[in-house]
Design a binder for this molecule. Structure first.
Ligand SMILES: Cc1ncc(COP(=O)(O)O)c(C=O)c1O
Length: 374
C-alpha cells in the first residue's frame, strides 16, 4: 500500500517525549523550544498588509524579504545576491528540499556524530547512508578519507552538542571540502543565540569552488509558529531548488513573510535578539552552575557559548532510555542521546538537556531531580 521508502520512516523520539512533556507539572528539558516569554508577538494592527498578500505568491519568496536576507548574509561575510535566496516554510523544509535534490538510495552523507535528529530522519527517508566523524565534530582528515557525496553540518552551536567551530577550523574544513570536491550543506538556525560574543562567519563563506547550500531560521529568534526560514544556495543550485519548492508547496506563507519583512526592515529583529540574549544567558549559566554542583563527578559536558542545549556524557555506563522513563515518572522530561547518532543502533551514555524552555526555578529543580536519579 505504501511506497518502499515509508518503511524507512522512523517515529521521532523527540515528538513522543514532547507529547509526554506536555502533561501538567512536567519539567521539560527534552525539546528545543524557545522560552514562552521570548516568543515574538507582532502588533498585527501596525502592519500595513497589502491586499496582494492574500493572493498566491512567488515560489522564491517575497522579493523585499529576499533582499533583506541577502543583506544580512553579506554582513556575516557570506557573499550572495538576493536571487540566491529562497524563503522556506521553516528551515526543516530546506533539509527536505536538499534531500530531494541530492539524495538517492546510493548517496552517502558525511555528517557530525551526533547530529540533528530530524535531518537524519529526512535523509534516511530518501535512502541515504551516513559516514560520520570519529569525534563530536568533523576534521579535515574525516573529509580527506571520506567517500561521501556531500556533507551536512551544523558548525554553529550545534544541535545536540552546542559546539561551535572556530574561524580557523572553518577555514581548514572549507579547504578540505574544496580539495575533495565535496558539496556542503550548512545548517545554521542557532547563530543569533550567541551568549559570549558573535559566532564566526559561516563555513561556506570560506569555500572557493564546491557547490553549497546555507540555511537559517526565524524560529529560534522570533517564533517557531511563524514557520519561516530561508536557504541561500550556490548559483548553480537555486533553479532546481526553486522548482522543488514549487512542487512541494508553491510558496511560503505570505502573512509570515510580511511579518518578518517588517521586523527585519525596521530593526525590531535585532532589538528582539538583544532582549532575549540576557534571558537565555542567565538560564544557560544557571544550568551550568547547578550541573557543576550536582553532577561534576558523574558526567562530562562543556558550557555552550550559544544555542539551546547542554550535551552530557555520563561517566558510568547507563541505560539512558531507562533513565528517561524513570525521570518521566518523577515529572522530568529528558532526551537520550542515542537517536542523534547516524550509526544506529548505538548505546551511548549521553543526554541532551534544553535550558531555554524552563524557568530558572524549574531548571534548578529539574537538574536536582536528574542528579538524584543518576
Ligand atoms: C539543526 C536544526 N536545523 C533545522 C531545524 C528546523 O528549524 P525550523 O524548521 O523551525 O526553522 C532545527 C530545529 O530545531 C534544528 O535544530
Amino acid at each position: 500500500m505504501f511506497a518502499k521508502r515509508i518503511d524507512r520512516l522512523k517515529p521521532s523520539l523527540v515528538r513522543e517525549i514532547l507529547a509526554a512533556a506536555q502533561a501538567p507539572g512536567v519539567i521539560s528539558f527534552a525539546g528545543g523550544l524557545p522560552a514562552a516569554e521570548t516568543l515574538f508577538q507582532p502588533e498585527l494592527s501596525e502592519l500595513k498588509l497589502p491586499a496582494s498578500i492574500w493572493q498566491y505568491g512567488a515560489s522564491e519568496g517575497e522579493s523585499v524579504l529576499r533582499d533583506l536576507v541577502a543583506q544580512r548574509a553579506n554582513r556575516l561575510g557570506l557573499a550572495c545576491r538576493p536571487d540566491q535566496v529562497l524563503i522556506l516554510n521553516g528551515s526543516q523544509q530546506g533539509i527536505d528540499l536538499v534531500a530531494k535534490l541530492w539524495v538517492e538510495e546510493t548517496t552517502k552523507i558525511l555528517c557530525e556524530s551526533p547530529t540533528y535528529l530530524a535531518a537524519l530522519q529526512v535523509f534516511d527517508l530518501f535512502g541515504a547512508s551516513f559516514e560520520s566523524s570519529q569525534a563530536d565534530w568533523l576534521s579535515p582528515t574525516d573529509i580527506e578519507a571520506s567517500q561521501a557525496d556531500f556533507a551536512y553540518l551544523i558548525p554553529t552551536f550545534q544541535n545536540p552538542t552546542g559546539r561551535c567551530y572556530s574561524t580557523e577550523q572553518r577555514q581548514l574544513l572549507a579547504q578540505a571540502f574544496d580539495l575533495r570536491r565535496m558539496p556542503v550543506f550548512e545548517d545554521d538556525p542557532y547563530r543569533d543565540l550567541a551568549f559570549d560574543g558573535p559566532a564566526p562567519a559561516p563555513l561556506v563563506s570560506h569555500l572557493q569552488s564546491v557547490p553549497w547550500v546555507y540555511q537559517g531560521s526565524f524560529s529560534k529568534t522570533l517564533a517557531p509558529g511563524l514557520r519561516l526560514g530561508y536557504l541561500i544556495a550556490h548559483p548553480d543550485l537555486i533553479v532546481p531548488l526553486t522548482r522543488l519548492k514549487q512542487a512541494a508547496d508553491l510558496h511560503s506563507n505570505r502573512l509570515s513573510q510580511a511579518i518578518v519583512t517588517h521586523v527585519l526592515a525596521n530593526g525590531t529583529l535585532d532589538k528582539h535578539i538583544a532582549d532575549l540574549l540576557p534571558i537565555y544567558r542567565e538560564k544557560r549559566d544557571l544550568m551550568h552552575q547547578v550541573l557543576t554542583e550536582q553532577l561534576a563527578e558523574k558526567a562530562y559536558w562543556h558550557k555552550p557559548a550559544g544555542g539551546l542545549f547542554f550535551w552530557l556524557e555520563l561517566k558510568r555506563d547507563c541505560d539512558t532510555h531507562y533513565l528517561m522513563q524513570k525521570a518521566l515518572a518523577l515529572g522530568l522530561a529528558i532526551m537520550p542521546g542515542d537517536p542523534f547518532y547516524p550509526a544506529k543502533p548505538q548505546q551511548t551514555c549521553t543526554l541532551r538537556l534544553n535550558f531555554s524552555h524552563s524557568s530558572l526555578e524549574l531548571i534548578e529543580e529539574g537538574v536536582n531531580r536528574l542528579a538524584r536519579l543518576i
